[in-house]
Design a protein around this ligand. Structure first.
Ligand code: ADP
Ligand code: MG
Length: 391
């Protein structure tokens, strides 16, 4: 297929930045901001996708003779909550690499404690940023999943010391940049998942850029309500219904493709009885837990005939086998598509792995929200800040 943006070319719309190859890091103290925000269960890492994705940058810096520390947030702690310590991440990272990994001190790679234990992290407090920057010669921004947030560890520190992009950030920007800079068409975005309000906010900016947007997951019920349908006990974001109605009636409304049938459950439970109904006929008291088979088949065709596809958010409660079909069909459609296909979002990536299809898409992104904002044309503060260090 003919591609206008070569994968190793920086898209024109994105800010300029230096990368590891542009500077000499030998003997320097390098602080890396990675996205090591991984799910933990009883103090053990249960999904190490983001740790694996962060490692190449850390290893490259060690090999180049840098003294490497890495920081990240994990979860949403209120103060110093040790159940969200980065220590299990350090332990897990150590098992993945031949290099020595220390927690808070020592090691060829030193993992620092959860940045959100710092009171000024999320407010980007100048003192917190200064404290992070103390003794650092070069800051490496590699936390693609966090660059949409202007925090002390993503922006404040980068304003204070020379800052460059890490390998992962660079690869993510180049891959997802293909959707920003003159994407191959038809260009399709598939949206689902649970975080409706976050995602609805970007749809408005994203919709004019795409050729079609397929809506599934919990989010589709807000759209169905906006169309005047009743959705039983399905999740609805009441305060977004008017905005969604505006989008459906707006100049790009015809690009929005909603489910025509829904797999409902008698209640929100794994062993709920599964019943496929028309989207216009969801029984009172039932919960929509997946898109139906007719919708999946329609989505399959639209995805398969696309030249670029971005997917974020499962089509249903894929964690439950009875309600996995929609997510599975969408995943298989991306895998079978000849165009450029990318998937973002922690749960969407987990669904792909569960289906053993994670190797079948062109790009598996570590960022959910950040990826959507990038596609929507929004400035990512943690990337924009790197531009000031380019001479
Ligand atoms: P991602 O991490 O890929 O960005 P989200 O975190 O937004 O995705 O959403 C993932 C979650 O959405 C999954 O845990 C899934 O069970 C849930 N979900 C999908 N469809 C529904 C639905 N119809 N009702 C309730 N939850 C849903
Ligand atoms: Mg998620």
């Amino acid at each position: 297929m003919f591609s206008k943006t070569l994968p190793n070319q920086r898209p024109e719309d994105l800010p300029d930045y230096l990368t590891i190859g542009d500077v000499d890091v030998e003997g320097l103290n390098v602080l890396v901001r990675s996205d090591l925000n991984v799910p933990l269960s009883d103090g053990v890492v249960v999904d190490d996708f983001r740790i694996r994705a962060a490692l190449p940058t850390l290893v490259d810096l060690v090999r180049k003779g840098a003294v490497v520390s890495v920081c990240s947030h994990l979860g949403r702690p209120k103060g110093r909550d040790l159940t969200l310590s980065l220590e299990p991440v350090a332990t897990h990272m150590s098992a993945l690499t031949e290099f020595e990994v220390g927690f808070e001190q020592g090691g060829q790679i030193t993992v620092l404690e959860n940045t959100r234990f710092l009171a000024g992290e999320t407010t980007n407090d100048p003192e917190t940023a200064q404290w992070l920057a103390e003794g650092v010669d070069i800051f490496v921004q590699d936390a693609f999943g966090s660059v949409h947030r202007a925090h002390a560890s993503t922006v404040g520190v980068a304003e204070r010391v020379e800052s460059i992009a890490g390998l992962l950030l660079d690869a993510e920007l180049k891959a997802l940049g293909r959707f920003v800079d003159d994407p191959d068409r038809p260009y399709t975005v598939v949206l689902g998942g649970a975080k409706v309000s976050d995602k609805l906010a970007v749809i408005e900016n994203l919709l004019p850029k795409v050729d079609r947007m397929l809506i599934g997951g919990a989010m589709c019920f807000t759209f169905l309500v906006a169309r005047g349908l009743e959705v039983g006990e399905s999740l609805v974001q009441d305060n977004m219904v008017d905005a969604v109605r505006g989008l459906l009636k707006g100049p790009h409304g015809r690009k929005l493709i909603l489910p025509v049938d829904i797999a409902t459950g008698s209640r929100f439970s794994e062993d709920a009885e599964r019943r496929v109904v028309a989207a216009s006929d969801i029984p009172e008291g039932s919960v929509g837990l997946d898109i139906g088979p007719e919708t999946s088949a329609g989505f399959w065709g639209l995805i398969n005939s696309s030249a670029s596809v971005f997917w974020n958010g499962p089509m249903g409660v894929f964690e439950w086998e009875n309600f996995r079909n929609g997510t599975e069909q969408v995943a298989r459609a991306l895998a079978a598509c000849d165009g450029f296909t990318a998937v973002g979002g922690g749960d969407s990536a987990a669904a792909l792995r569960l289906l053993d299809l994670d190797g079948s898409v062109s790009h598996l992104s570590t960022g959910g929200g950040a990826g959507l904002l990038l596609l929507a044309g929004q400035v990512l503060p943690g990337v924009a800040v790197l531009e000031r260090w380019v001479q």
